[in-house]
Design a protein around this ligand. Structure first.
Ligand SMILES: *Cc1c(COP(=O)(O)O)cnc(C)c1O
Length: 381
């Protein structure tokens, strides 16, 4: 509801009970490993602060975000407990992050120096998670650089401004549990942990697995897993993950702006990429690529209207898209559901992802624009 009187024209409904259930489920699945709930990118489009609160309340041992700004914003919302942020660039605000009692990641000796200097200024000891690049070739020290990074961390520990509490890495192909990269990365990871310990670092945690590995590769869970997509109830490895009862938390819904009849031969939307082969009825859905609806949604994606799936016709516009109602004439203002948990037959974020050639992560994370978010469930504040 926008003002309690009219249902919203278009909105994102987030079911916090689903988040609570997913966190509790994951916690059971991965025990005795600890669970970090990843709430970066505004909680994958679901709302960082709300998801964080529900995750903490349902047993998440840690929270994880990417950027320092996300970490500081989360603390400003009242969040307490272990929190890791892992993506900074030189010059980023470590002072604020360390003052907020956030764990940070280090990839290089110079980054360790920056962290140590900020910690000294703040009069705190920074808790640092050293990242080994086990094969993704993204962040982290390469195996060649790793012994130096560990030695440098140990030197800074002696100086008192830093404590290296964890070694961590990230997987290449966790959604393909039998991919050889998993085994290769696991070996490098074990080696990196040994090197760190031999350098004298007293590790509190080793963490490697994201959602897919947390579920599919129990051998890679180590002390903690970092689960993002599964917290939101989406399948981290479609077609591979066993059913552990996760519930999708996001529904995108609203009301049709208009319904009309068109004759055979009517071209629909920009460029007339679709032309009606026979007389039909069309529904105007008042969301577009400004709301994060992929322009590539047509042909392929469907919208739930009046108890049926309706194909998107023609190009998705900035503010609106058109669906084929196939002769049906629901009243203007009738409900539509772009995607939801799929319980009533509506499409899911996974189906939208398949229709546009991407992954469910991208669908939910990019959804937004002018749509307000509404929280439902007994867990809402
Ligand atoms: C985003 C992210 C995760 C969470 O991944 P999911 O596949 O969503 O579980 C874990 N670790 C790192 C480093 C990430 O960037």
């Amino acid at each position: 509801m926008t003002d309690g009187a009219h249902p919203a024209r278009a909105e994102i409904v987030v079911d916090l009970d689903a988040v609570a259930h997913n966190v509790a489920t994951l916690r059971e699945v991965v025990a005795p490993a600890a669970l970090m709930a990843v709430v970066k990118a505004d909680g994958y489009g679901h709302g960082m602060v709300e998801v964080a609160r529900v995750a903490r309340a349902n047993g998440a041992d840690w929270l994880g975000v990417a950027t320092p700004e996300e970490a500081v914003a989360l603390r400003a919302s009242g969040d307490e407990g272990r929190l890791l942020c892992w993506l900074a660039a030189p010059g980023d605000p470590y002072d604020a992050v360390l003052a907020a009692d956030v764990d940070v990641a280090a990839y290089t000796p110079s980054q360790l120096n920056e962290i140590a200097a900020a910690a000294a200024r703040a009069g705190v000891t920074a808790r640092v998670h050293l990242k080994i690049d086990t094969g993704l070739s993204r962040g982290g020290a390469t195996p060649e650089q790793w012994p130096d990074l560990c030695a440098h961390a140990r030197d800074l520990e002696r100086a008192g401004s830093v404590r290296a509490v964890a070694v961590w890495s990230h997987l290449v192909a966790s959604d393909e549990p039998d991919h050889p990269a998993n085994t290769d990365q696991s070996k490098v990871f074990d080696w990196a942990v040994d090197v760190a310990e031999q350098a004298g670092l007293q590790l509190e945690a080793r963490h490697l697995a994201n959602s897919a590995a947390a579920v599919l590769r129990p051998d890679l869970r180590h002390d903690m897993v970092r689960c993002g997509i599964a917290v939101y109830g989406l399948d981290p490895a479609p077609g591979v993950t066993p059913d552990i009862g996760l519930v999708p938390a996001m529904t995108v819904r609203g009301r049709l702006a208009m319904v009309k009849e068109v004759p055979a031969g009517a071209g629909v939307s920009y460029g007339h990429a679709w032309v009606a082969p026979a007389p039909t009825t069309l529904g105007l859905v008042p969301v577009g690529y400004a709301e994060g609806i992929p322009r590539a949604a047509s042909p392929g994606a469907e919208v739930w209207v009046d108890g049926a799936r309706r194909p998107v016709r023609g190009k998705v516009c900035m503010d609106q898209l058109v669906v084929d109602l196939d002769g049906d004439t629901p009243a203007p203002g009738s409900d539509f559901v772009l995607f939801g948990p799929g319980r009533e037959g509506e499409p899911t974020a996974q189906e939208w992802a398949e229709a546009v050639g991407t992954i469910n992560y991208e669908i939910v994370t990019r959804i937004g624009g002018r749509m307000p978010r509404r929280y439902v469930g007994k867990d809402r504040a």
